[in-house]
Ligand binder design. Structure first.
Ligand SMILES: *Cc1c(COP(=O)(O)O)cnc(C)c1O
Length: 335
């Protein structure tokens, strides 16, 4: 929305790359070909991939922009919407990059604590946003690392009650039971972020996308580097979009395994929080973490800020079974 975009960006023109037909291309200082096609710069706006994605999502192409991971898109949103010294609000705990990017972009980061059950008090959160006069709000939904999913109706309440741009980071949306519709048509003050890194299992190719009103996408394009998504990634993204069956199967497997693991952790009194993502947030004695580490099983330790809290990604059935075996052994040894 024009109201929220940075003054400097309002006046800036986007760098335009023209895709013209050619017989000989000598306009871009590209080198000679020795690996098929890769001597050329990629399509600037990932045109083919963006078109396919738009079709899948029932959107217009100009309501989408692709990024080198959704991480790049969080940063581009800050470049477009965050004036130095202005406040960004999220809740806590959440994805730590929000704070890091805010600081890099000279903003002031304020966090609203989730309650003891790691749930969000919506009224309190809205009041906090208003009180802090935030210009940018970031919501990880489902939330990393707690797994909390905030229902659509509550997100809409936030969108209508705050005088700010709202980034809805849906990196884990595919693992929820919610329809994947966005409501960027209805709300011009929102940017929705998704990624190929989690449910699609392609963190290695670095590909994310933003869905928003086309005016907002225009502002993001003004601050985006040309050719920000490389040719190999565009090609791989297209391939995967046309082969959703594997992805869907994996999502169903993870959901099933998540519930199995949650029940297990519950049974071991390790207090797993309800999660709609591909991980579980839980509390455990240090011995559990150490036992896993001794077997070279890595889980995320939140000690320091959140003593005794851990986040476990749901893996393959065999990997999950190994984790359960190790936890059973350590609990047996210490009881
Ligand atoms: C993993 C993650 C991302 C980053 O995704 P990339 O597309 O790989 O950059 C963004 N937001 C949250 C909350 C995440 O957990």
């Amino acid at each position: 929305m024009e109201k929220y975009v940075r003054e400097e960006i309002k006046k800036l023109n986007a760098y335009e790359v023209l895709n013209k037909d050619f017989t000989i291309k000598l306009d871009a200082n590209e080198g000679v070909e020795w690996i098929k096609g890769l001597n050329r710069y990629p399509l600037d706006k990932s045109d083919t991939l963006r078109g396919e994605l738009a079709k899948k999502l029932g959107k217009d192409k100009d309501e989408i922009v692709l990024g080198n991971g959704s991480s790049e898109l969080i940063e581009l949103a800050m470049k477009a919407y965050l004036e130095a010294g202005k406040t960004v609000v999220s809740f806590s705990p959440t994805f730590s990059m929000y704070q890091i990017f805010t600081i890099i972009h000279k903003g002031n980061y304020e966090e609203y604590p989730l309650d003891d059950k790691k749930k969000l008090n919506i009224e309190g959160f809205v009041e906090f946003i208003q009180e802090k006069k935030a210009k940018l709000v970031i919501i990880s939904n489902p939330n990393n690392p707690t797994g909390l999913f905030i229902p659509r109706e509550e997100i809409k309440k936030i969108l209508t009650s705050v005088d700010a741009m709202v980034i809805l980071d849906e990196a884990y949306i595919e693992f929820t039971n919610e329809p994947k519709t966005d409501f960027t048509k209805e709300f011009k003050n929102m940017l929705v972020l998704r990624t190929f890194s989690k449910a699609m299992g392609l963190a290695g190719i670095r590909l994310g996308y933003m869905i928003a009103d086309k005016e907002n996408i225009g502002y993001i394009n003004r601050v985006r580097s040309p050719y920000n998504v490389n040719a190999l990634t565009q090609e791989m993204g297209l391939k995967v979009l046309n082969d959703q069956e594997i992805t869907n199967k994996n999502i169903e497997m993870i959901k099933k395994e998540r519930e199995k693991m949650r029940l297990f952790l519950q049974g071991k009194d390790l207090n797993p929080f309800p999660s709609e993502a591909n991980f579980l947030f839980f509390q455990a004695p240090k011995a559990v973490f150490d036992a896993l580490e001794n077997k070279a099983v890595l889980i995320r330790d939140f000690s320091g800020k959140l003593e005794g809290y851990y986040r476990l990604t749901i893996g393959t059935p065999q990997e999950n079974e190994s984790v359960r075996k190790i936890i059973k052994e350590v609990q047996h040894a210490t009881s």
